[in-house]
Design a protein around this ligand. Structure first.
Ligand SMILES: CC(C)(COP(=O)(O)OP(=O)(O)OC[C@H]1O[C@@H](n2cnc3c(N)ncnc32)[C@H](O)[C@@H]1OP(=O)(O)O)[C@@H](O)C(=O)NCCC(=O)NCCS
Length: 151
């Protein structure tokens, strides 16, 4: 008998899974203050969602999202695997789902921002820190994203 895979990638987050996502956000330094109300507002406004769900429990266990114009640029955001599910290939499944998404086939650049220790992870899929003379600039009201937050 062929076994069903334990996880599946979906393009949406059910309302019963929003608490799982808020829990994942609250565990990460850049999203620790996100509320359920704001996450519910963000989800339908996001272009592409990658929600990895455990089939048995229907729990959301990994997540990423993309903002894109579908031709020139796509920006990958909020790549998170729930802590207890790390090291089992779900991060790979998330990034491969983004990079192979037909919706992004014609996009010239896929970009993301990460901490230096995650650069070896993203390099596996061709992401490079060779960005010419470009530098990230940010206009933000979010104190978690400034130098004061020491990340
Ligand atoms: C980074 C993260 C998504 C990786 O998820 P994961 O499910 O543990 O990753 P996988 O098990 O799929 O690993 C895939 C490959 O990446 C490697 N890898 C995993 N984490 C890595 C890291 N932090 N640095 C370098 N390589 C890493 C694995 O060794 C594996 O390599 P291999 O397939 O060549 O053997 C996960 O650790 C996470 O959610 N971290 C906290 C949130 C975060 O910082 N997200 C990134 C925001 S930019």
């Amino acid at each position: 008998m062929i076994q069903e895979p334990a996880f599946e990638v979906r393009d949406h987050v059910r309302s019963s899974q929003v608490d799982d996502l808020v829990r994942m956000y609250r565990s990460e330094w850049w999203s620790s203050d996100r509320s359920r109300a704001d996450v519910e507002r963000m989800l339908p406004a996001t272009d592409l969602l990658y929600a990895i769900v455990e089939r048995d429990s229907d729990a959301l266990v990994a997540f990423a999202r993309v903002l894109t114009d579908r031709r020139y640029l796509a920006v990958v955001l909020d790549v998170i695997v729930a802590a207890e599910y790390r090291g089992r290939g779900l991060g790979r499944l998330l990034i491969e789902s983004v990079c192979s998404d037909p919706a992004l086939r014609d996009v010239a650049s896929i970009e993301l921002v990460c901490q230096p220790e995650l650069m070896p992870f993203y390099r596996k899929w061709g992401f490079s820190e060779r960005v010419g003379r470009s530098r990230l600039m940010r206009r933000t009201a979010d104190p978690l994203l400034t130098d004061a937050a020491a990340r």
